[in-house]
Design a protein around this ligand. Structure first.
Ligand code: 5RP
Length: 226
């Protein structure tokens, strides 16, 4: 409950960065969904924006709230993307993909002038990797990706949905949650090694992407990492 308050605090604080006539990238996950709900209120009050969405769920919520949504291929440049994260370190490196949407989220972030992360304070960590690293993989040959990861000493498991079947992403792929906590390699090398395995679409590691991190606290305070 208090973590929810911290998420809402961060989401609300990001609203001031959105102005009329902007193209806004919408992230996924609970914090991004709080942001979408606040944005819907602003649109009701007259804010005029176009949204580009990183998941079917975000698109559904935005459209339900009468936000005008465009396909990413129908816009040139996104003015700002606001999204959550699972872990962020002091260099603003992030692990994302808890909502299985990191591939689209990264595409949006790269297509944006600015990406702003909104997180509750529990997401700020000294060292990334306490949580598993989501890796999106093609269904074809997916077991071989897992075997290769094991050869690299990374344990992993395929993410399941609520019915305990393998989770399918919006891109019709699978997610491997990879334990990187025991690796001595740098995050950059871990990312590069995993990206090179045939069948891997992308990892949930984001480097040099977040321009700003808005951190919400349970007591309503906000801190900014610039
Ligand atoms: C979805 C994400 C989310 O931003 C991340 O999982 C954080 O989620 P939440 O705001 O629910 O804590 O990367 O793929």
């Amino acid at each position: 409950m208090s973590q929810e308050k911290a998420k809402k605090t961060a989401a609300k604080a990001a609203l001031s960065m959105v102005h009329s006539n902007m193209i806004v990238g919408l992230g996924s996950g609970s914090t991004a969904e709080f942001f979408i709900s606040y944005l819907i209120e602003k649109v009701k009050q007259g804010l005029q924006i176009i949204a580009v969405c990183s998941s079917k769920k975000s698109e559904f919520l935005a459209q339900k709230g009468n936000i005008l949504v465009k396909n990413i291929n129908d816009v040139n440049l996104i003015d700002i993307t606001i999204d959550g994260a699972d872990e962020i370190d002091t260099k603003k490196r992030m692990i994302k993909g808890g909502g299985a949407a990191h591939v689209r989220e990264k595409i949006l972030a790269y297509a944006s002038k600015k990406m702003v992360a909104i997180v509750d304070s529990s997401k700020i960590v000294k060292k990334l990797g306490g949580k598993k690293l989501p890796v999106e993989v093609l269904p074809f040959g997916h077991k071989h990706v897992q075997t290769t990861l094991k050869r690299y000493s990374f344990e992993s498991s395929f993410r399941k949905n609520e019915e305990n079947s393998i989770l399918i992403t919006d891109n019709h792929n699978y997610i491997l949650d990879v334990d990187i906590s025991k690796s001595n390699k740098t995050l950059e090398n871990i990312h590069a090694d995993i990206r090179l395995i045939p069948g891997v679409v992308d990892t949930g590691l984001f480097f040099n992407i977040a321009k700003k991190v808005i951190i919400g606290f349970e007591d309503g305070r906000v801190e900014i990492l610039d």
